[in-house]
Every structure is written in C-alpha cells, then in structure tokens.
Design a protein around this ligand. Structure first.
Ligand code: UDX
Ligand code: UDX
Ligand code: ADP
Length: 460
C-alpha cells in the first residue's frame, strides 16, 4: 500500500479547516498543510488566540491546539504545498452559478478548475487528488481530463471523498462518523486514503464505491435530509389549521423504525450552504438528461422551503394587524442553525427581507454572528439599497437591548441560551400585546402563556 506522508488541502473553509485538523490530530506522522488564497483566513487559522479561528465549531480549538505546529500547518503558499504533497484534497467552494448557463442551479466549478490547473502546472511527481467539495456527478472526469493533459508525464489518481459533517457538530461528526465514503477506480489510491481514515475510524464504516456512486451519494444524502425537513414543514402548516401538533406528529411517526426519529423538527425553513445548492444541482443534472419528472420531484423540496420562510414572515405581519411599518421586531438568531457562525442561506435572511419590504424595523441579536455579516447577507439579496438596509436593521450585542420596546420577538435560530433568558423581564420590557413568533419551537408554551405572551409557534 502506498503510504501517505504529506497531505495538502486546498481551501481552508468550513469543510477543509476542521476536516484537516482532525486528520492531522489522528495521524501525527502525516504532515498536513492547509492552503488558501485568502491571507486573512490563513492568518486567523494561525492566530495564537484560538478564539479567533475563522470557523466556530465546538471542540475545534482543542484539536487545532493539539496538532498545529506539530504536523498541521496553514499557509498561503499554494504551489509549495502542492509540490510537496503525496495526496491533495480539493476543498474549495462550489457556489451555485450566478451567471450564464445553469444560472441559479448548476454548481460553479471555476474554483475547482483553477485548482486542477494549478496542480497540473506545479506537480512534478505522481499524486492522488481527492475531491472533498460537493461536486456534480462526473466532475472527476473533468478533473482527470485537465490533469491528464498537462503533458509533463505525471500520473494523477482521482478519488471522491465527500464530506458528511454537519456544522456545529463538525468535530464530533469527524471523530465519530456514521461512515466515510471513498470512491475511486484505482485500488491502490483508494486504499491509501482508507489508511488515513483507518487511524481512527472502524474499517466497517469506511465504504468504498466507484467514483460516480460516491459523487452522487453526497448529493442524494443532502437531498434526502432536506426532503425530510420540507416534508415535516409541509405537515406543520396542516397542523396549524387542524389543531394537530407537529411535534406530536413527529414523535408518533419517528417511532416507526422505518422512518426514524431524526431530522423531523419543524422549523422556519432549512438553510446552510449545502441543502439548497445540492438539490438545485441534482435538479440541474436531471434536467440535463431530460428526466423531467425526477427534476420536478426534487425541486418541490426547495419550493416548500421557500414557502415556509415566506409564510412565517406573512404570519407575523397578519397577526400584528396587517402592518409592521415602523414596528420594532427583535430577531433572536441569524445563523442557519445553532452552534455555528455560518449564515449562508439562513432562513433569517429571507424572513427579514419580507419584513423589511413592509418597512419593519428589525433588531438582530445573534451570539456568534457579526453586524458586518448580517448587512452583507442582506445587501447580497439586492432587494434594497445598502443605506436602506442600515436604516431599517440594527444589530446589537445584548439580547435585552433587542427586546426592549419591541412589538414582537421572532426566534430564527435555536440557540440554547434563548431558553434561559428572563422571559418575565422580557414580557415587561416589550410593547403590549407582547408577540413571540417561535420559528424553532424552542420555548416552552406553558411558561410563555402563563407570563401573558401572545405566543405563536410553527406547527401548533
Ligand atoms: C448538512 C448535512 O447534515 C451534512 O451531512 C452535510 O455534510 C452538509 O449539509 P449542515 O448544513 O451543516 O449539514 O446542517 P444540518 O444540521 O443538516 O441542518 C441544515 C438545516 O436544516 C439547518 O437550517 C437546520 O436548522 C435545518 N433542520 C435540520 C431543520 O429545520 N429541522 C431538522 O429536523 C433538521
Ligand atoms: C403499508 C405500511 O407499511 C403499513 O405500516 C400500513 O399499516 C399499511 O401500508 P403495506 O402496504 O402492507 O403496508 O406494505 P409495505 O411493506 O409498506 O409496502 C408498500 C409498497 O411499497 C409495496 O408495493 C412495496 O413493494 C413497496 N416498497 C416498499 C418499495 O417499493 N420499496 C421499499 O423500500 C419498500
Ligand atoms: P466550504 O464550506 O466548502 O468549506 P468555504 O467558502 O468555507 O467553503 O471555503 C472554501 C475556501 O476555498 C475559501 O476560503 C476560498 O478562499 C478557498 N479557495 C477557493 N479557490 C481557491 C484556490 N484556487 N486556491 C486556494 N484556495 C481557494
């Protein structure tokens, strides 16, 4: 078996950073170098103060502390790292295309292609190239064709090794994965990567498949997970009009071992960098092959998610006597889920956008998200000018400041700390009637009813 001594990862983001930190932690004899073009990001990974790591993940600081400087390095010298490595992970971002053919659906592969070209131009000896980013099926073929046509006689083996970690639990997911998936045609290369993971993952959880199955499985896993959320969210709307309670329905169906209890939590809508992007990608691929029924089927998962976000905002407006103009609405949470500072595709952005259209004054508190990020998210939508976003939205560092004199409080992220707030004090400080719209079913209805709130939760 080919023994791997030096690994390079291109892309020091939410996936590359934590994954390589754990690989380095568990393989002290392998030198792991993570490179990125973004100097500020690399500086943050190298910051002596571990609170300044660019990715917030519970437990990540301890992993970095253990490995960094020993066999884990962060650098902007991409060429040197490529040259030295036996194995190169590509973990750059693959956003949905914002232009041209496949706009709004297909994955933009320009960053991947740039990486491949850079690897091709620098490499002087044989290398194993591992796709870590989520990619459309058959990207490996494109990678291979770029790498094989460089003419400098270097052999490249391509593997697909999709990441299944969820943000907020990245370190536990990496330490104890349900499975590791490795797709590839060359058995020696596959076994080399199996060897890296076998340092801590039981063999029976390391699955090997062909390249295309591995690439497709990543899209399908995310599509199925997102579909579960949209399915329960569709039922939440039905519960609201019929008097059933969606949590009770989830519990009842989740006891069926064929369905299972996880991922059945109704919410204001799923977010994150993966679900929407991967489904759009699946839809795009299906349409490319003229599989209209298949494409339409999966597209509904997104349609329902958009509907869920819109109807949450609509319910706030309707309940508050059909006008929120000039009213202060406190947002608790902006991240797409708890325990992360990531806001990509967060439902909060879209709910805020609807309310801002109605000239509401939104005041946001999130324990981990900066004001700069919140304005960036809103500006990115392009619904109104940057000045208007700053005029209508205020970001505060103290939750009680968000709530004082608010006409309504909306819970957008399920941060644990929101549960332990002094809700009696909040009731006193809010305008009356004190409306609470709980997009995460986080708070205790009995407690809020008893305190005299007008409490609305998804699916009740
Ligand atoms: C997801 C996949 O879980 C992970 O395997 C893959 O590698 C990347 O995409 P992530 O996006 O980090 O991970 O978070 P996840 O926990 O899956 O949540 C996605 C969204 O769904 C969040 O907005 C979350 O709040 C929402 N969600 C999840 C629900 O609304 N209800 C649920 O029951 C579960
Ligand atoms: C179903 C429910 O399982 C049961 O809980 C309920 O009380 C009645 O409806 P049933 O219709 O008897 O039971 O059979 P089931 O095993 O669920 O199969 C239903 C159909 O789905 C069959 O045609 C089966 O072949 C098909 N199926 C099931 C698949 O095609 N693939 C699968 O993975 C499972
Ligand atoms: P993910 O969630 O997939 O990890 P991120 O956006 O968090 O996505 O991280 C991807 C990283 O890849 C970014 O920090 C970006 O600067 C980096 N990147 C993109 N293209 C290149 C490249 N050609 N060389 C080095 N780094 C790159």
């Amino acid at each position: 078996m080919k023994e791997i001594k030096k690994i390079t990862c291109i892309g020091a983001g939410y996936v590359g950073g934590p994954t390589m930190s754990v690989i380095a932690q568990k393989n002290p004899n392998v030198q792991v170098t993570v490179v990125d073009l973004n100097q500020a990001r690399i500086d943050a990974w190298n910051d002596a103060d571990l609170d300044n790591l660019p990715v917030y993940e519970p437990g990540l600081d301890a992993v970095v502390a253990e490995a960094r400087g020993r066999n884990l390095f962060f650098s902007t010298d991409v060429n040197k790292a490529i040259d030295e490595a036996d194995m190169i992970f590509i973990s750059v971002n693959t956003p949905t295309k914002t232009y041209g053919k496949g706009k709004g659906q297909a994955a933009d592969l320009k960053y991947i292609e740039l990486c491949a070209r850079q690897i091709a131009s620098v490499a002087k000896n044989d290398k194993i190239v591992v796709e870590k980013s989520t990619l459309p099926v058959r990207t490996a073929a494109a990678l291979k064709s770029i790498l094989d046509n460089t003419g400098n006689g270097v052999n490249f083996q391509i593997l697909s090794n999709p990441e299944f970690l969820a943000e907020g639990t990245a370190v536990t997911d990496l330490h104890n994965p349900d499975r590791v998936l490795i797709g590839g045609e060359d058995e020696e290369a596959v076994q080399a990567l199996v060897g890296v993971y076998a340092a801590w993952v039981p063999r029976e959880r390391i699955l090997t498949t062909n390249l295309w199955s591995s690439e497709l499985s990543k899209l399908v896993a995310n599509a199925f997970l997102a579909q579960r959320v949209s399915s329960i969210n569709a039922i939440s709307e039905l519960c609201e009009v019929t008097g059933a309670n969606v949590d009770e329905v989830s519990r009842a169906i989740g006891h069926d071992s064929r369905i299972g209890p996880k991922f059945l939590k109704a919410s204001v809508g799923f977010g994150g960098s993966c679900f929407q992007k991967d489904i759009l990608n699946l839809v795009y691929i299906a349409r490319t092959y003229n599989l209209t029924a298949v494409a339409d089927y999966w597209e509904q998962v997104i349609t329902l998610n958009d509907h869920q976000k819109a109807r949450f905002a609509q319910n706030i407006i309707q309940t508050m006597y059909n006008t929120v103009n000039g009213k202060k609405i406190a947002f608790l949470g902006w991240a797409f889920k708890k325990d992360t500072n990531d806001t990509r595709e967060s439902a909060a952005i879209y709910v805020a956008d609807h309310l801002l259209e109605e000239e509401a004054h939104v005041v946001v508190y999130d324990p981990k998200v900066s004001a700069e990020q919140i304005y960036k998210d809103l500006d990115y939508l392009g619904s109104r000018s940057a000045e208007d976003n700053r005029r209508l939205v205020t970001v505060v560092n103290d939750p009680y400041e968000a709530i004082v004199d608010a006409h309504a409080t909306a819970i957008l992220t399920e941060w644990d700390e929101f549960k332990s707030y002094d809700w009696a004090r909040i009731k006193q400080q809010m305008k009356k009637p004190a409306f609470v719209f709980d997009g995460r079913k986080l708070l205790d209805r009995k407690q809020l009813d008893a305190l005299g709130f007008d409490y609305y939760a998804i699916g009740e």
